[in-house]
Design a binder for this molecule. Structure first.
Ligand code: E4P
Length: 224
């Protein structure tokens, strides 16, 4: 399962990458706004330079008219380069933009997905990734994990060239449920990522091993 970092803060991204080889970074306008950098393209270029060459970078268009979305997407691809995915919200205008961009060979991540039908339409239009908002769906009284599973089943059954990119997580249990079902990718905020990559029980067990070993072999002793 691909695991991406859902954040645009350079320090947080750098710290996470220093500890674990993630598969890329996703942003949205809210996330970019939180960095405090008034030049979002500059921030995206800095993220691009920070992460490995093969890592994906997903960034979203702001325009709401199809032609403007297409123009904005092409500008981002040209200016940022690398393994770039353009996030397009699944509105009526967005679906048309997804179709146009996909036909022109631009990688599209369909975003702001709040149901199976929008995901189905985006996959049919050529999107490479489909981003259901798991926790936001839960907050609306739906079951975000179940909707993501249904999207995954639908995509595979129809043979579309698209993968679910689960988004908007509140805890690692939601992420785990996606993985158990064979969902191919998730994007996770730094706090939840830390709960995935840091196991308090294992850390405690290691401390016990060291204490027991040092009692016998001396302080600071290792196998070296
Ligand atoms: C990613 O594509 C989404 O924009 C993001 O995961 C939304 O997360 P939130 O619901 O925590 O804002």
């Amino acid at each position: 399962m691909l695991i991406l970092i859902d954040d645009a803060d350079l320090t947080k991204i750098g710290e996470l990458y220093a500890k674990y080889p993630y598969d890329g970074v996703t942003t949205n306008p809210t996330i970019l706004g939180k960095t405090g950098n008034p030049d979002p393209m500059d921030q995206l270029k800095k993220i691009r330079a920070l992460i490995p060459e093969e890592a994906m970078l997903h960034a979203q268009v702001l325009s709401t008219e199809t032609d403007d979305m297409v123009k904005e997407a092409k500008h981002m691809v040209d200016a940022i380069g690398g393994n770039m995915y353009i996030k397009v919200p699944v509105t009526a205008n967005g679906l048309k933009a997804i179709s146009i961009l996909s036909k022109e060979g631009i990688n599209v991540t369909a975003t702001a997905i709040y149901g199976v039908i929008p995901a189905f339409m985006a996959a049919k239009a050529g999107a490479k990734f489909l981003a259901p908002y798991v926790n936001r769906l839960d907050n609306l009284g739906y079951n975000g994990v179940q909707i993501s599973k249904d999207i995954h089943t639908m995509v595979k059954a129809a043979g579309y060239d698209a993968e679910v990119l689960g988004a908007s997580f509140k805890n690692s249990q939601q992420v785990l449920e996606m993985g158990k079902f064979g969902i191919g990718s998730v994007t996770v905020n730094p706090d939840t990522l830390k709960t995935l990559a840091f196991n308090q029980v294992a850390e405690g067990a290691v401390k016990d091993f060291i204490r027991d070993f040092e009692n016998c072999c001396g302080e600071g002793k290792t196998m070296l």
